[in-house]
Design a protein around this ligand. Structure first.
Ligand code: FAD
Length: 381
C-alpha cells in the first residue's frame, strides 16, 4: 500500500483516540461496536467504504465449522483444537443471531446442508458426522440426498443462518457511534508516544492501540503478513427469481460450491475455484468465463428449473491462511498493534469470536488462544 506525495494529506488532520481500527468490514465493525460499548473512543479508518471488501461480496452464509470437514481438521490440528474451533463457530452463530435481533435486522434461520457430490465425499461426510457426534456437536447425517438432486449424502447443520452482511456491518458501525474515516487508506503505522500513529491518506490518528481488520489486504500494509495471508479470489453469480428449489443454505463439493435461494426467489451461487486455484489469486476484481460457465452448468444440471437469466456476476478477495484457521496476534515490531485476519472464506462464521480473541490479546494481554498467529512462522520473525 503506497500513497504518493500529491495525495498524502495525513498531516492536515490530526485525531487522537483510544483505539484506531483499520478496515470497516464485518470484523472492524464488530470491534468498533464492542469497544465503543466499553466506553472507549474509537476511530475506524477505511480505504474505501464500509463492507467494500469481502464482507460486501460474500454469500451471506454464517456456517458452523471451517473450510475442511471436522475429522480432517482433527487430523491436521488435533482433537482439542478442532473441537474448540467448532465450538467457537457455534458461539459466533449464536452471537450473530443475537446481534441481528438487537439491531433489528432480519436473517434467515434456515440451516445448512453440506452436500456430497459423490460416494467418496459421502464417506468423508459420514466420518465428519461420526466425529462431531463423539464431541457433542450438532449435525444430522443423511445417507440419501434430502434434496433429491443427485447428491450422494448430506450433513445438516440446523443452526446455520443466512444474513445480509452489508446491512449487518453498516448497522454495527452505526450503533457503535465510532468516528468513521472513509476513503482513507492507511499506509503506515509508526510507533510513538506510548502508542501508535496510524497514517492514512486523509488523516493521522494517534491511538494507544490499533487493530487491523484488513483480512486479504493485510500483506499490502505490513510485511509480516506475506506468505501468511494469501489473497484468494472467489466468484459469484445471482440468477433472476426462480421457483422455490431450496429451503436451506447449501455447501457442496467440500465447500468449493455454495448456493442459497434468497427469500425473493433469486439464487446466489459461488465457487468453481477447485480447478482454477492457481489463477484465482491476487487482488484483481474480475470474473472469468470458465468459472462463471462452471457455476451456471452446476446450477443447470442440478436445478434445471432455476432461471438461466443471470442478473449479476461479481468477484471478491478472501484472505486465506496457510492452515485454514484465522490468525490473531500482534505485529512483531509494534506490540500495540494487533490483528484478526486470514478467515479463509469463513469470516461470517468466525469474525466475532476471533475479534474477541484480538481484544483480549491486545487490550488485556491475555494469551492469543487457538487462533494464535504465532503457530505460523512469519518472514519478519
Ligand atoms: C465471493 C465470496 C464469498 C464468500 N462467502 C462467504 C460466506 O458465505 N460465509 C463466510 O463466512 N464467509 C464468506 N466469505 C469470506 C468473508 O466474506 C470474509 O471472511 C469476511 O468478510 C472477512 O471480513 P473482514 O472484515 O475481516 O475483511 P473485509 O471484509 O475484506 O474487510 C477489510 C476492509 O479493510 C479495508 N482495508 C484494507 N486495507 C486497508 C488499509 N490499508 N487502510 C484502510 N482500510 C483498509 C478494505 O477496504 C476492506 O473494507 C466469502 C468471500 C467472498 C469473496
Amino acid at each position: 500500500m503506497t500513497v504518493p506525495v500529491w495525495q498524502d494529506r495525513s498531516c492536515q488532520r490530526h485525531i487522537t483516540c483510544d483505539v484506531a481500527i483499520v478496515g470497516a468490514g464485518v470484523v472492524g465493525a464488530y470491534l468498533a461496536l464492542t469497544l465503543s460499548r466499553q466506553g472507549l473512543d474509537v476511530v475506524v479508518l477505511e480505504a474505501r467504504f464500509p463492507a467494500a471488501g469481502a464482507t460486501g461480496r460474500n454469500a451471506g452464509m454464517a456456517l458452523t465449522g471451517l473450510g475442511e470437514y471436522y475429522h480432517t481438521v482433527i487430523e491436521r490440528h488435533g482433537r482439542a483444537t478442532a473441537r474448540s474451533a467448532w465450538q467457537r463457530t457455534l458461539a459466533n452463530g449464536r452471537r450473530t443471531r443475537a446481534l441481528h435481533d438487537e439491531l433489528d435486522l432480519a436473517y434467515e434461520a434456515c440451516g445448512s446442508l453440506l452436500l456430497a457430490i459423490d460416494d467418496a465425499e459421502a464417506a468423508e461426510l459420514r466420518s465428519a458426522a461420526d466425529a462431531m457426534a463423539v464431541d457433542g456437536l450438532p449435525a444430522v447425517y443423511h445417507a440419501a440426498d434430502p434434496l433429491g438432486r443427485g447428491f450422494a449424502a448430506a450433513l445438516e447443520q440446523p443452526q446455520d443462518i443466512g444474513i445480509d452482511p452489508v446491512r449487518f456491518t453498516e448497522a454495527m458501525l452505526a450503533a457503535s457511534g465510532a468516528m468513521l474515516l472513509e476513503n482513507s487508506e492507511v499506509y503506515a503505522l509508526v510507533a510513538g508516544d506510548g502508542g501508535v500513529a496510524v497514517r492514512s491518506r486523509l488523516a493521522t490518528v494517534r491511538a494507544g492501540h490499533a487493530l487491523l481488520a484488513t483480512n486479504a489486504y493485510s500483506p499490502l500494509l505490513h510485511p509480516s503478513f506475506r506468505g501468511r495471508v494469501l489473497p484468494t479470489r472467489a466468484q459469484m453469480l445471482l440468477t433472476a427469481a426462480s421457483p422455490r428449489i431450496l429451503e436451506t443454505l447449501a455447501y457442496a463439493n467440500y465447500g468449493y460450491e455454495y448456493f442459497w435461494q434468497l427469500p425473493d426467489g433469486r439464487v446466489l451461487m459461488g465457487g468453481w475455484r477447485k480447478g482454477y486455484r492457481d489463477q484465482e489469486v491476487g487482488y484483481t476484481d474480475e470474473t472469468t468465463e470458465e468459472i462463471q460457465r462452471g457455476l451456471e452448468t452446476f446450477l443447470r444440471e442440478r436445478f434445471p428449473e432455476v432461471s438461466q437469466c443471470v442478473e449479476l456476476r461479481w468477484s471478491g478477495v478472501m484472505g486465506f491462511s496457510p492452515d485454514g484457521m484465522p490468525l490473531v496476534g500482534v505485529l512483531p515490531d509494534l506490540p500495540c498493534v494487533g490483528y484478526a485476519v486470514g478467515f479463509t472464506g469463513h469470516g461470517l462464521g468466525l469474525g466475532i469470536e476471533a475479534g474477541d480473541d484480538l481484544l483480549a490479546t491486545v487490550l488485556r494481554g491475555e494469551p492469543e488462544g487457538i487462533f494464535a498467529a504465532s503457530r505460523i512462522e512469519s518472514p519478519a520473525d
